[in-house]
Every structure is written in C-alpha cells, then in structure tokens.
Design a protein. Structure first.
Length: 260
C-alpha cells in the first residue's frame, strides 16, 4: 500500500487487498507514466441516458441530486459487460452511471467507466475484499477499512473525529473506507450522492464511484490523453498503483468490446 501524505486530498490503497506493502511509495520516475495514455480506455459506455444530469457545484460537501437527474444505464449493456469482465453487476452499473453523468456534468474530462472499474478492482475487488460483496443498493455487506492512519509504517497521522468515526468506528485514528477507499476528510469535501437517494455514503459503490469520478476530473484535463496518468497519481501517489489501474482498465475495456 502506498503511503499517504498528511493533509493531502488523497486516497489510500486497502491493506492486503491486492498485496500492496505499507510504505512502498515509488517516486523514482512518475514522468514515465505519461506513456500510459487514457486513449482507448475511456470511451463512454454504449448505454441509454435519461435524462441528462446538471453540472455539480464546487466541491464543498455533498451536492444534492434528484433521482431523476441520475442517468439510466441500459440493463442489457450492464449484464453483458459484467459477464464479460467478472465485475459484479451492481458495481458495473455504478461505473457506467458515473461515466455517463460526467458526459453531461464535465464533458471535457472524458473519463470512462474502465478507469473507475480499474480503481475499484485494485482498491477492493469491487467491494468483494474480505469475502463480502455489494447488496442490491450498492452498499458493502461487510466493512472495508484500510489500516489505522496513525503515522506508523509510512502512513499519515490523521486523528479520528466524531464525524469520521461513524464510518470506521475507531475513536483514535481515521481509516480509508469503502469500496473505493476514501479517507474521511477527503469524503467530507468531495463525497457525492451517486444514485439520488439523498445520501452520500462512502460504503456505497454508487456514491463512491461518482465521487471518484468528480475527484479525478478536478483538474479539468482531458483524461483521454496522457493526462490520465497524472490524474491517477492524485488518487494514489505510487507509480506501481497507476500501472495496476491501467492494466485492469485496459483489460476491462478490451473484454467489454468483445462483449458487444
């Protein structure tokens, strides 16, 4: 697991989820990641949209969203791509929905669902880490928590607060939370309602995927270009992490194309 910089709007890879070692931060040649373009990874999903979502306000907390503003994703597309990729259909719906919503809210970003799926794979195996899964509403069936951010082993020291404790239960230290592994302070700023139920919940894949999409698009860059690698580095400052996400995203995009 790459280290987290205290005070940064960063996310932390789940301890043990994919074999990342605590403190293995690779800053040797992040510029080499420009060889990992988003082109070909991030084509929008071939789904139906109804209706378009309005642009979100500045990231000052959970923006409100009506259920009618959440894009409707074609069920057949979700089933075909989920079967081809092995991604749970609930997660597949969340990734596709977030990509479609970006098409309206931030069209210049051009972030597609494979990148979100790549992050979900690396962070928690799409909510299945630890033998759990996602329920029908998209919530994790068991808590998915990163290690205590107590300043040890290359981790940031981030004390728990009354607000963050409700997500992880630790009265002393914060933990990254949920299928996309958000640090509570990052969630406080960026957390967003992804399914129109009036709640921004980091343990719900719908909210977590939409929040990750907004976070990645914050720079205003076109992520179908080599700016893709820089965006993923803002999610986790580790070159191997970026490469792992790229590998998963590339594989998912290829499998989805084969599914038609």
């Amino acid at each position: 697991m790459p280290a987290v910089v205290a005070g940064a709007a960063a996310l932390v890879t789940l301890l043990g989820a994919t074999g990342w070692a605590v403190g293995q931060t690779d800053r040797t040649a992040p510029e080499a990641l420009t060889a990992l373009p988003g082109v070909g990874l991030d084509a929008p999903p071939l789904v139906e949209v109804a209706p378009e979502a309005a642009a979100d306000p500045a990231p000052t907390g959970p923006p409100s969203v009506a259920a009618s503003d959440v894009p409707a994703v074609d069920d057949g597309w979700v089933r075909r791509v989920a079967a081809a990729t092995g991604i749970p259909p609930v997660a597949m719906l969340a990734y596709g929905r977030a990509a479609l919503r970006l098409r309206s809210a931030q069209p210049g970003c051009r972030l597609g669902w494979p990148t979100l799926a790549g992050i979900g794979a690396v962070e928690s195996d799409h909510g299945r880490h630890g033998g759990g899964g996602l329920d029908g509403a998209g919530r994790t069936t068991i808590p998915i928590l990163g290690p205590a951010l107590d300043g040890s082993a290359g981790l940031a020291a981030i004390p728990s607060t009354a607000d963050s404790q409700r997500w992880h239960g630790d009265p002393l230290w914060d933990h990254a939370v949920g299928p996309m592994q958000f640090i509570p302070s990052t969630w406080t700023r960026w957390g967003s309602d992804g399914n129109g139920d009036g709640v921004a919940d980091p343990t719900n894949i719908n909210d977590a995927a939409w929040t990750a999409a907004r976070y990645l698009c914050a720079s205003g860059a076109d992520l179908s270009t080599t700016a893709w690698g820089d965006a993923i580095l803002t999610y986790n400052e580790d070159a191997d992490y970026v490469r792992a996400v790229h590998t998963h995203a590339s594989t998912y995009a290829t499998l989805a194309r084969s599914a038609g």
